[in-house]
Design a protein around this ligand. Sequence first.
Ligand SMILES: *Cc1c(COP(=O)(O)O)cnc(C)c1O
Length: 398
Amino acid sequence: MDVLSSPPRSLDTVCIHAGSEPDALFGAVVPPIYQTSTFVFRSPEEGAARFAGTEPGYIYTRMGNPTIARLEAAVAALEGGTGALATSSGMSAVSTVYFALLSSGDHVVCSASVYGPTRVVLERDFSRFGVQATFVDTSDPEAFREAVTPRTRLVFVETPANPTLALTDLSLAARLAREAGALLVVDNTFMSPILQRPFRFGADIVLHSVTKFLNGHSDVVGGVLVFRDEAVRMRVRAVLQYLGGTMDPHQAWLVLRGLKTLALRVRAAQENARAVAAFLSGHPAVRRVLYPGLAEHPQAALVAAQMDGPGSLLSFELKGGLEAGKKLMKAVRIPALAVSLGGVESLIQHPASMTHAAMSPEARVAAGISDGLVRLSVGCEGAEDLLADLEQALDRLD
Ligand SMILES: *Cc1c(COP(=O)(O)O)cnc(C)c1O
């Protein structure tokens, strides 16, 4: 229980050392990449013992690999969980959880604003297997409470929400899940364990798209699941090993390398985001800025209660609507026009003309996405350069 509530050391230290104990064979400071699909048994008896689980050791990389195990140990230590499972993508982590924990007749409560495919897999695929899902604005405690039923087996939340940056109260989510006998899964991708550790508030499973902050260099797609309870981890592990959404050893090694600078990157990007949010708040072309670090954020008390910082994602609404959004995308020079987030480089996107262009304007409004809304994942460039670039781009809108 201690390990869940209070990490033993500074997270800076954990980032650098967890999972990176020197290699036992030659003492390499950086762990080797065990780029192998299979492992030799010294005898048939040893093979039998490994399959039976009575002897430690590896069998086949889909079922486990020492490089991947190091990454799992590192992320488990950062989140304060008992263990983890690395997966081939963030979506593989999501679908493996659904597959392992849901059966026909079960009900799921899910934040309406979750990452698109997280919702689509429930709506389009698990509905075919008799799993019912309710999508609700989990930042509204009343609506959230009403969505949970005695058949609810899984509560899945993502906080802050994308792109509105509305927060879900994690303690409330854990209480509602517990009352229903359901497990609480938190997608912590936007915050990283540096800024939010959902186990402290009662989460059962924390998941990440490691594609984003954990790797941080926009060069890997991957995912990870972290568990409070080893028995749940073993249940999910059995499904993952056969479904096959396993991570590759080289992918795991790159993420281990990225993790070493996680705390540094998250803090540097956050400082930049604070400066960008303050600058945008004062600009005449901007109607409003959505950022948990602003004093006027409507859930400031929750920011203080469950987050160790506001992070580096922000959205802002341009007074000039759709056309201004498109113009801004063409006028910025530093932020790349791309989806994804959490890398060292700033990325910008305009949901109404890009990711959410297929939705009707009414559906977009219902999802909190106005025509002039822009999402910015602030990177680690120099703040003065980011501000100067945004200024020249915004000045070209009128
Ligand atoms: C990107 C993302 C995912 C999906 O992860 P992939 O690695 O792209 O499969 C899930 N949740 C959130 C919040 C994300 O940003």
